[in-house]
Design a protein around this ligand. Structure first.
Ligand SMILES: Nc1ncnc2c1ncn2[C@@H]1O[C@H](COP(=O)(O)OP(=O)(O)O)[C@@H](O)[C@H]1O
Ligand SMILES: [Mg+2]
Length: 357
């Protein structure tokens, strides 16, 4: 098969992806005089490093002939002329609230098969409130919420605290800091203001779920959908005094490859009934949102110990090195799939949907 790997590469490294031999590590924010510097600390947190892109290419190359296509302005023309048999899509997209849908929409237009969810599901999941509306319609548990779109709505704002304040359409912990958990109306207003101003997008306010947190890797489709071993996020490994949330600081600053936090436990220690409840919740979520091939779903327990959905990641992070502490590869490893096997299983799930296996 001719497989095209379509990706966005982190700006600090936005030199020719195919020619870079020595990638810098995920957590270093290198600045070069001739390369644009990130406007905020977390501006490119969603995009992949060269190291990840090369690791995915190498994995798929074990069985296929693989080309690299950057998801930039030229992507459409390149895809149209290359006509790969299938695209392995890890592109996070460029601008706007539906950015993750951009490459899949082009591929549908060109009638080229691709792995992962379709434009509709990718857009819905990136807009956390739209995803929650669908989940609520199907009675899939998720925390109560409100959306504040402009500063003029702040005057009448009232929401029970403690609450979480997040940008409406970000991932990779962008815009989620230790201060995102607010305990007073005053903090709430301040945090909403900072999201609206700094991220130029609505703020999602959510009931704070005080219980344990899990992230659940899902692999496959239909009757062959597998829930991989559940990962628990153990907040007691964070520096003392900080909030029990998986913030930008926890993900990218306090956890370094050179000094990894012992923050994940996989498989999570769960009694059978809670394990089944989490798995059922995640299967329902995956199905009602029409996720395809793979996704990673964040779950947290409410004050009654009941699992709730926090968010759905139809393009899960896949840092290749074990020290990078990436959850989807960790869960796959626990299920007996190494990094290369994990990626080829995703590709096979896609090929199978198109009857190309
Ligand atoms: N309603 C909530 N209650 C408790 N913690 C939350 C809630 N929403 C988010 N969090 C915390 O913030 C983290 C990041 O939020 P999430 O919506 O998953 O954003 P991201 O897309 O950046 O991963 C979660 O992993 C969790 O620790
Ligand atoms: Mg998350």
């Amino acid at each position: 098969m001719d497989v095209a790997l379509v990706y966005n590469v982190k700006k600090e490294e936005a030199v020719d992806a195919a020619s870079v031999a020595q990638p810098s590590s995920q957590n270093q924010h290198t600045t070069h005089t001739n390369i644009q510097v990130a406007p905020s600390a977390d501006a490119f947190a969603e995009w992949d490093t060269i190291e990840t892109i090369h690791a995915v290419r190498d994995a798929l190359s074990l069985r296929h002939s693989v080309s690299l296509i950057e998801a930039d302005d030229n992507a459409f023309n390149t895809l149209r002329s290359d006509q790969p048999d299938i695209v392995f899509n890890i592109a996070e997209g460029r601008f706007g609230a539906s950015r993750e849908a951009q490459i899949p929409a082009m591929l549908e237009m060109l009638n080229i098969p691709y792995t992962g969810s379709d434009p509709l599901t990718l857009s819905v999941c990136l807009d956390k409130s739209r995803a929650k509306e669908i989940l609520s319609y199907y009675n899939v548990a998720n925390p109560k919420f409100a959306v504040i779109s402009s500063l003029s709505e702040l005057q009448s704002l009232s929401f029970p605290v403690p609450a979480m304040v997040k940008p409406l359409f970000e991932g990779s912990s962008k815009g989620i800091f230790n201060s995102s958990l607010v305990h007073s109306q005053e903090e709430l207003v301040k945090q909403v203001k900072s999201v609206v101003e700094e991220y130029g997008q609505p703020a999602l306010i959510e009931e704070f779920l005080p219980g344990r947190e899990f992230t659940v890797a899902m692999l496959g489709n239909g009757n062959e959908l597998n829930v991989l071993p559940i990962v628990e996020i153990k907040f007691d490994s964070l520096p003392s005094g900080v909030n029990p949330i998986y913030s930008y600081e926890a993900k990218w600053i306090w956890d370094q490859s050179s000094n990894p936090l012992e923050i994940f436990e996989c498989p999570a220690k769960l009694d059978n009934s809670l394990k089944t409840a989490i798995e059922t919740l995640c299967r329902n979520t995956y199905n009602v949102l029409r996720c395809r091939d793979w996704s990673r779903i964040d779950v947290r327990l409410d004050q009654n110990g009941r699992p709730n959905i926090i968010e759905i990641n139809p393009l899960p992070g896949i840092l290749p090195k074990i020290e990078d502490n990436s959850c989807f590869p960790k869960a796959a490893r626990m299920a007996g799939l190494n990094y290369n096997q994990m990626l080829n299983t995703v590709l096979d799930a896609g090929l199978k949907r198109y009857n190309l296996l």
